[in-house]
Design a protein around this ligand. Structure first.
Ligand code: CTP
Ligand code: MG
Length: 177
């Protein structure tokens, strides 16, 4: 039986990855990580939307969020059980994994001719989650139940957010991106 506590613990666990994934939207820009280079197929390696500043912002913010969660656990959440246990290194690997998963997804999108910013449903939603799962394995991997909870919550909420953003964008036609 999955309880509210399981859902809370799973979302608490993945939270730095969410922050690492969102930070570049606010702080990204500048030098692209592929330096504008093309792949052997003549298309951009990653595209202009994967920037060093976005990557650094995601890594710093995600890790700091993990630090705050570590402190909150030790100060307040210990009594609710070890499922909320946290460490700075977990925040760091989840953030690094999230950003790496997103980069790999951009690489794949460029190969199949999706321009930067064009959506690829489901892949856009799970890229950072799968990266975070993978990178967390040496530190503190999710249980199967947590992994399923995170995926089941992330895919629809992310799709709805994008739909909302797309509707807002329609009102700002011409102001591309
Ligand atoms: N971003 C960034 N650096 C990164 C990752 C993201 O600057 N390493 C910024 C970009 O401005 C990007 C925004 O965060 O537009 C949202 O990221 P994402 O949705 O992953 O990028 P897309 O615009 O969809 O680009 P792509 O098609 O390459 O996935
Ligand atoms: Mg992406």
């Amino acid at each position: 039986m999955i309880t509210i506590l399981d859902i809370a613990a799973a979302m608490w666990w993945i939270f730095p990855a969410y922050c690492a994934n969102a930070a570049p939207v606010i702080f990204g820009g500048g030098q692209p990580m592929d330096f504008g280079k093309k792949f052997s197929d003549g298309k951009p390696l990653l595209g202009a939307h994967k920037t060093f500043r976005g990557f650094a912002a995601g890594l710093i913010i995600g890790t700091l969020v993990g630090l705050v969660q570590t402190i909150l656990y030790e100060q307040y959440l210990l009594e609710y059980g070890t499922q909320f246990q946290y460490s700075v290194i977990l925040g760091f690997v989840l953030s690094l994994g999230a950003l790496t998963g997103d980069i790999i997804e951009s690489f794949i999108k460029r190969r199949i001719n999706r321009e930067p910013g064009k959506s690829l449903p489901v892949a856009d939603q799970i890229d950072f989650i799968l990266g975070a799962f993978l990178f967390s394995i040496p530190v503190s991997p999710p249980s199967i139940v947590w992994a399923v909870i995170v995926l089941l919550i992330t895919i629809p909420t992310h799709l709805l957010t994008n739909l909302g953003a797309a509707l807002l964008n329609m009102k700002n036609k011409g102001k591309d991106r």
